[in-house]
Ligand binder design. Structure first.
Ligand code: PLP
Length: 342
């Protein structure tokens, strides 16, 4: 049997708090397409969390959340600045470009998978003529595709650059929970107070069965978004089952508690691997993903022992991702198998 604990944070099952409210929503008939009590409660819980009157939409997955959110910011002749390793660039099969009818992604550099605010100015100023797609938005991933986290100051600097250049600011928060757990700042500070206009708020990776929330802090940008979701096949008729897990996860901070556990497991793994001869960390471990260069013999030993892990994500190397469900025993078993392979 394949050991899938570290292949991704979407190999885990449903987190108990999410499951409990999912089951609680399974009662009698209820209004469909989001006109139900659970959707209302989930939207209110998200508004409470962000301490603002945001517009909330639930979609099935992260690719749709990002693609539709970005499409709502742009016309076909626009461009979006993103890091060259960003998920929207590398892993969404052209979804953002497709749903925006051709908006171009402008790829930026930046250490540790993070977009440098200065890169925005460089890319925006690179061309201002009619022949080039007009920069309209910036998107960053928090936490990043390589397991790092933008500090609050870094997000604020990008927000300031966006404001200065008249760009909309989107955050891919597939692992927003892990970033908040790492930074210990409020969700409001890390988003709209820093200039974020729209957040793809990840549910699946924090422990839900399925579903992400698209959170608009800018009401104007949310206009007609419901139609976008419907047209893209992302309007759930039994919406209460996408919404209910949010009620459970956001209650009593279960979401950040569970994310903090995932982060702690990643730190344990990272520290142990980094101490081994011939193994080097590729990026600081700040969230729930660990990226390492492994000697070929160790990588082979893991494969021989049926561990599943990715080696094509981000900048390459071996990627191990921890989740709410990762146990100390699993972490230690992986470490032991790496050691045995050295
Ligand atoms: C950073 C990031 N954004 C978006 C997504 C897209 O999620 P989904 O696979 O649900 O479409 C992922 C999934 O791995 C991700 O890692």
């Amino acid at each position: 049997m394949q050991k899938t604990a570290f292949a991704s944070d979407n190999t885990s099952g449903i987190c108990p708090e999410a499951l409990e409210s999912f089951i609680a929503a399974n009662t009698s008939n209820m209004a469909s397409y989001g006109n139900d009590e659970w959707t209302r409660r989930a939207c209110d819980a998200i508004r409470d969390l962000f301490q603002t009157d945001c517009d909330v939409f639930f979609v099935f997955n992260g690719t749709a959340a990002n693609s539709l959110a970005l499409a709502s910011l742009c016309q076909s002749y626009h461009s979006i600045v993103c890091h060259k390793l960003s998920h929207v660039e590398t892993d969404e099969c052209g979804g953002p470009e497709f749903f925006s009818n051709g908006t171009k992604l402008l790829l930026a550099e930046g250490e540790d998978g993070k977009l440098d605010a200065r890169e925005i100015a460089r890319l925006v100023a690179a061309r201002t003529d009619i022949h080039y797609p007009k920069p309209r938005a910036v998107t960053i991933t928090q936490s990043t595709e390589v397991g790092t986290v933008y500090s609050l100051a870094e997000v604020q600097a990008i927000g300031a650059a966006c404001r200065e250049m008249g760009l909309a600011f989107h955050m891919d928060g597939a692992r927003f929970a892990n970033a908040v757990a790492h930074l210990g700042v409020s969700p409001a500070e890390l988003t709209w107070q820093a200039g974020v206009d729209v957040l793809s708020f990840g549910g699946t990776k924090m422990g839900m069965p399925v579903g992400e929330a698209v959170v608009f802090f800018n009401h104007e940008l949310a206009q007609d978004f419901a139609y976008r979701c419907k047209q893209a096949g992302q309007l759930a008729s039994k919406m209460r089952f996408l919404a209910a897990p949010w009620v459970g996860m956001l209650h009593d901070n279960a979401w950040t508690r569970r994310a903090a556990h995932a982060n702690a497991m990643a730190t344990r793994l990272s520290e142990a691997l980094a101490a081994l001869p011939g193994v080097s960390l590729m990026f600081p471990t700040q969230a729930n993903a660990v990226f390492v260069n492994l000697p070929a013999s160790a990588a082979q030993a893991l494969k021989d022992n049926n561990w599943a892990f990715y080696s094509f994500i981000g900048a390459g190397g071996a990627r191990f991702v921890c989740s709410w469900a990762t146990t100390v025993e699993e972490v230690d078993a992986l470490i032991a198998d790496v050691k045995a392979g050295l």
